[in-house]
Unconditional design. Structure first.
Length: 345
């Protein structure tokens, strides 16, 4: 098992103190937390992409470039690249540039995104979001192949003999497919033989397990060995304390702010209490032993080989300590006996 630290760079007031960082300080914190993650032995860090609202993650390639200059080993992922609203030519150029600057550490997670206003912001038709994603991903794959690309599609002007520059440093940049709501994303991943990254954020675990199962079913449908399918899972809330009671006490105000957020409401979660979110959802809140047990249960369900965690929903004064405790008391117990085919270190 390998581990990833994710940040979608929400800039909301701290649920306990009410303090909201300046935009500069919040952006700098993404870089500093990534440096800490590398020091603690994480495999990767990821930076999300959102446009508008209270998110500051509109330029993940820029943030990851800053991280690349402060780190040397940790892999650099997007969590996610909202490919459905972007020009694949520009995506190919930006992340190939970052791949060279980072000595070949780039991986992408692509998705249609989870922000309700982004399509109108970019002048796109939201009803076509899945069609945009499928076509643009086909083109992105082609642009990172060695040959010049001649291509035509529905949503942009044709290309004739195009080779984007620079070329990626890696022979092939790994592209994961983010999965949160629809079998269309799991089918797209399986069709191309790519790994799946389940968002696993707002609902009870069976909902996400069904999507993971569908991915493996479609993988086999396309003539591949189901054993070769690779899955990652994200856990968007992390808080480690000595006891479950203390963890729940510390997390409760964070949950209340999260449950009142536009993002939570947009996702129409059936979870209504902090106890449900901790007990039946994906929140990693509790003692080290409890979190180890919960991650083990999820591994039995998903069979995932990369675990993503986040301290965005951790009170400000506990973020650094929570990551340290996760690395020292939880990650070794989960890593042992759970091999990962995710890129060899």
């Amino acid at each position: 098992m390998k581990f990833l630290l994710n940040d979608i760079v929400a800039n909301t007031p701290d649920a306990v103190t009410g303090h909201r960082p300046t935009q500069r300080d919040r952006l700098r914190s993404v870089v500093e937390r990534a440096v800490q993650a590398e020091e603690l032995g994480f495999y990767a860090v990821s930076v999300g992409e959102r446009h508008g609202g209270y998110f500051l993650s509109s330029s993940p390639a820029v943030l990851l470039s800053a991280i690349s200059e402060r780190t040397s080993r940790v892999r650099l992922l997007t969590g996610v690249t909202v490919l459905s609203i972007l020009d694949p030519v520009r995506v190919a150029e930006e992340f190939a540039t970052l791949d060279n600057l980072s000595d070949g550490r780039v991986e992408l997670i692509v998705s249609k995104g989870n922000h309700p206003d982004q399509y109108s912001l970019f002048g796109l038709d939201e009803s076509l979001q899945w069609d945009y994603l499928a076509e643009k991903y086909e083109l992105l794959r082609r642009l990172w192949e060695p040959e010049p690309v001649t291509w035509s599609g529905r949503f942009r002007t044709p290309l004739t003999g195009v080779t984007t520059q620079p070329r990626p440093l890696q022979q092939r940049i790994t592209v994961w497919h983010g999965s949160a709501t629809s079998e269309r994303s799991t089918d797209l991943a399986a069709r191309h033989g790519d790994p799946l990254f389940t968002a696993n954020g707002f609902h009870r675990r069976p909902r996400y397990a069904r999507l993971v199962d569908h991915y493996r079913e479609r993988w086999a449908h396309y003539g591949r060995d189901p054993e070769d399918a690779v899955v990652a899972a994200s856990f968007p809330s992390l808080l480690v304390a000595d006891t479950s009671q203390k963890a729940l006490e510390l997390f409760r105000p964070v949950w209340e702010a999260f449950a009142a957020s536009p993002t939570f409401k947009h996702n129409k979660s059936e979870i209504t209490t902090v106890e449900e979110f901790v007990g039946e959802g994906s929140a990693l809140v509790g003692s080290p032993a409890q979190i180890v047990d919960k991650l083990g249960e999820y591994h039995e369900l998903f069979g995932h080989e990369l675990t993503g965690v986040s301290v965005e929903h951790t009170p400000a004064g506990l973020k650094e300590e929570t990551l340290e405790r996760f690395a020292a008391d939880i990650a070794p117990a989960i890593r042992t006996g759970r091999p990962s085919r995710v890129r060899a270190d």
